[in-house]
Design a protein around this ligand. Structure first.
Ligand code: NAP
Ligand code: ZN
Length: 352
């Protein structure tokens, strides 16, 4: 065991603050990574503030962060995929049982015995796992991703969660070439959804509550932007979408978006608001529409997404911050004031 510098929250109402945490010595199958950048996902904030208490209560101290990119500093004797000095990524998962039907299908994100990167029981050290707001992490090589060398690393970090969470449901829906696809909410997930939907050839429409994000939405790849608070604009597009990805982090009227779908249209939720949403049965019945959910993606699919990003030079649009600004960043996240992902430069932890 060794100590690593990190930032943790002591309770649901405490700010994140400097601390040290234990990390395990690399076992034969482990990769030790010096973390260079870690994205700030809204799930970090939900967890730090214990907003998902009824589903996944937070254990404190909590070290969030599951959008990790860094450099390999050490590998165990049985590691074959990585060597010292390689770039490496870690997303939301650090382990699973490898044997259940989901794992066998490459869907580790659905494994009932998965270990999340933070706030999950830690099989090695006891207590809970600690995430990427830290100088280092030690992870089983089967959960470590290869990072294309041609991409900006601060913008790569968010691909490990925001990237795969939007890539996976869009891919799963099928061929969206020429189809009208909506992305609801232009935050960390939403802006990646726009980039992927555009890259796959859809006619992309952003729904936003922030009129000030209109120009950015177009620059990021949207063909049209709808300000969702404008009833007239919404009405004009009713019944016209094939697929909609809903990334909203807070309570909202989902029926307004279900009504945007055409016949057999699907709306997939990736946003995870604290409280249940009220769904109108009639909005689904008329038009034979469907509502689904999706959670991150499997390890093989995450690698496929990273390779796709390497081939198409896709990264997140990031605001790079030192770790000392993390609490300020959380306040801005709550106000939807992020363009479009915060990425923490972990070199800033050295001064703590
Ligand atoms: P984010 O950067 O805060 O973006 C969320 C966006 O939703 C905001 O930028 C805003 O966009 C819109 N929004 C926020 N509050 C709203 C409200 N009250 N009404 C309508 N729109 C609102 O968050 P994120 O990191 O993208 O995460 C989004 C959600 O996905 C979170 O709940 C997170 O926990 C969840 N998540 C799920 C998965 C998964 O695997 N399913 C993975 C990662 C994250 P506009 O300003 O454009 O309106
Ligand atoms: Zn996330």
């Amino acid at each position: 065991m060794f100590n690593a510098k990190a930032y943790s929250a002591a309770s649901a109402t405490s700010p994140l603050a400097s601390t040290t945490i234990p990390r395990r010595e690399a076992t034969e199958r482990d990769v030790q990574i010096e973390i260079l950048f870690c994205g700030i996902c809204h799930s970090d904030l939900h967890t730090v503030r214990d907003e998902w208490h009824s589903i996944m209560p937070t254990v404190y101290p909590c070290v969030p962060g599951h959008e990790i990119v860094g450099r390999v500093t050490r590998v165990g004797s049985a590691v074959t995929k990585f060597k010292q000095g390689d770039l490496a990524g870690v997303g939301c998962l650090v382990d699973s049982d490898h044997t259940c039907p989901n794992c066998q299908d490459g869907l580790e994100q659905l494994c009932p015995n998965q270990t999340l990167t933070f706030n999950s029981p830690d099989k090695h050290l006891g207590g809970v796992t600690y995430g990427g707001y830290s100088e280092s992490i030690v992870v089983d090589e089967s959960f470590v991703l290869r990072v294309p060398a041609n991409l900006n690393l601060a913008g790569v970090a968010p691909l490990l969660c925001a990237g795969i969470t939007t890539y996976s449901p869009i891919r799963r829906w099928g061929d969206i070439t020429g189809k009208k696809v909506g992305v609801v909410g232009l935050g960390g997930l939403g802006h990646m959804g726009v980039k992927f939907a555009r890259a796959f050839g859809a006619h992309v429409v952003v729904f936003t509550t922030s009129p000030g994000k209109k120009e950015d939405a177009l620059r990021l790849g949207a063909h049209e932007v709808i300000v969702s608070t404008n009833a007239e604009e919404m009405q004009r597009h009713a019944g016209s979408f094939a697929f909609i990805l809903d990334t909203i982090a807070a309570d909202h009227d989902i029926n307004a978006y279900i009504n945007m779908l055409g016949r057999d249209g699907n709306i997939t939720l990736v946003g995870a608001p604290e409280k249940p949403l009220a769904v109108s049965a009639f909005a689904l019945l008329f038009g034979r529409r469907s509502l689904s959910g999706s959670i991150i993606g499997g390890i093989a699919e995450t690698q496929e997404m990273l390779d796709f990003c390497g081939d198409h030079t896709i990264t997140a649009d990031v605001e790079v911050i030192p770790i000392q600004k993390v609490n300020e960043a959380y306040e801005r996240l709550v106000k939807s004031d992020v363009k479009y992902r915060f990425s923490i430069d972990m070199a800033s932890l050295k001064s703590e």
